[in-house]
Design a protein around this ligand. Structure first.
Ligand SMILES: Nc1nc2c(c(=O)[nH]1)N[C@H]1C(S)=C(S)[C@@H](COP(=O)(O)O)O[C@H]1N2
Ligand SMILES: [Mo]
Length: 390
């Protein structure tokens, strides 16, 4: 049976990427995690309309074909749900109980949001761009039905890499991932990337929507106390993919393999500890290292004594931000990016079971992917995603 997403809740669908089987830089669409608050709206590309209104010189409406005729741009980027890893928190937090797999990495293609905003003459006094999805529903603390909606600060909305995405990994968006058109905000937690977009409004006040102010916020300490902040850029984080927590290994050499990402930045390095954080060793980076994109890494661990081992990985971003050791309680049930131990047992008698695989096969997978999509060699493609970020 073909591999599928790991279902956390089925109505609405919330499902994880089967992270433990990741072997390629790009996550296939059918395995890419899904985070839905409400039922997937049934949209038809013939009748779909995008209304652009508010602080514009010429408010207008777009059809799907009009949007498709605009110049396209492609960005490789990782998307992580802000609640990813919530089930591992010692103090249970409300919300979907995600494991580690509410994350994926894809090639996103679409029309820069900026081009659509400029086509309508965005007024200088617009401070935020509000995007609304066609999906509608209620939450336990908000019984009135509402659309999923979020705003972006003007600067991020105008960044050329912020896309009204039409395709993912060279394929038309799946309904679950936002067909026909979704916003994609590289480097930001998934919540910013509004799916099934049907309405855009330019506004001059802070948007007060439910998913902007009641959910998907965190606290920050200021000189005068605590301040509520809207969730934005993804934090630096790594994840050990193999071995898995609870595995029993034999004596010998083991390949510790994982991924790391750093929001709008690229990953500079990953360090691995096999003694619960007392000592650290540099991991080997595998494949591309680019802004917005996750990077694969490995560390060859030679273990000569049986026992219980706590494996840890710690990523550092290109600007020197380091993954923290503990969860920041001010983040609540979001932005869970500390190094989480992967506890394994090493036994005297057990033979090494981890199948050997050559790092070159990762490179091969990427080349095959690019070829299959009849694109340029992947290293040329990557120039698109190496943005400065904001
Ligand atoms: N319209 C709409 N957009 C949405 C959501 C949603 O429920 N409705 N969920 C958001 C959240 S919290 C995340 S993490 C991402 C998930 O995108 P994906 O399902 O394509 O992985 O979509 C975001 N955009
Ligand atoms: Mo999310």
């Amino acid at each position: 049976m073909a591999e599928t997403r790991k279902v956390v809740t089925s109505v609405p669908e919330n499902s994880e990427t089967p992270l433990e089987n990741v072997r390629s830089w790009v996550t296939p669409n059918r395995l890419f995690f899904v985070r839905n608050h409400f039922a997937v709206p049934e949209l038809d590309e013939q009748t779909w309309r995008l209304s652009v209104g508010g602080l514009f010189e010429q408010p207008r409406e777009w059809t799907y074909n009009e949007l498709r005729e605009m110049p396209e741009r492609t960005v490789f980027a990782t998307s992580e749900c802000a609640g990813n890893g919530r089930s591992f928190l010692r103090e249970k937090a409300a919300g979907v109980q995600w494991g580690a797999g509410a994350i994926g990495h894809a090639e996103w293609t679409g029309v820069p949001l900026r081009d659509v905003l400029e086509a309508s003459g965005l007024k200088p006094d617009a401070t935020e761009i509000l995007l609304e999805g066609a999906d509608i529903g209620s939450e336990s603390d908000h019984p009135e039905p509402m659309h999923f909606a979020r705003s972006l600060p003007r600067a991020k909305a105008l960044h050329p890499d912020t896309l009204l995405a039409l395709s993912m990994n060279g394929e038309t968006l799946e309904p679950a991932h936002g067909f026909p058109v979704r916003l994609f905000v590289p480097g930001w937690y998934g919540v910013a990337s509004v799916k099934w977009v049907t309405r855009i409004a330019a506004i001059d006040q802070a948007f007060q929507g439910y998913f902007q102010t009641k959910k998907y916020t965190h606290q920050r300490r200021t000189e005068t106390g605590l301040e509520t902040v809207v969730i934005g850029p993804m934090r630096v984080k790594s994840e050990i993919v193999r071995p898995r927590a609870g595995d029993s290994l034999g004596l010998g050499t083991h390949r510790i393999f994982g991924v790391a990402w750093a929001g709008e930045e690229s990953v500079e390095s990953v360090d691995v500890s096999t003694d619960g954080g007392q000592s650290w060793n540099a991991a080997q980076m595998i494949g591309p290292r680019a802004a917005y994109s996750w990077t694969m890494w490995e560390y060859l661990w030679e273990v000569a004594a049986p026992g219980e081992y706590g494996l840890l990985a710690r990523a550092t971003s290109s600007s020197g931000l380091v993954q923290p050791a503990v969860h920041d309680m001010l983040n609540g049930g979001y932005m869970i990016h500390h190094s989480r131990p992967t506890d394994v047992r090493v036994e005297m008698a057990r033979p090494a079971t981890e199948p050997e695989f050559d790092p070159l096969c990762y490179m091969y997978d990427m080349a095959a992917f690019a070829e299959e999509n009849q694109r340029l060699p992947l290293d040329a493609e990557l120039e698109f995603s190496v943005g400065a970020g904001i």
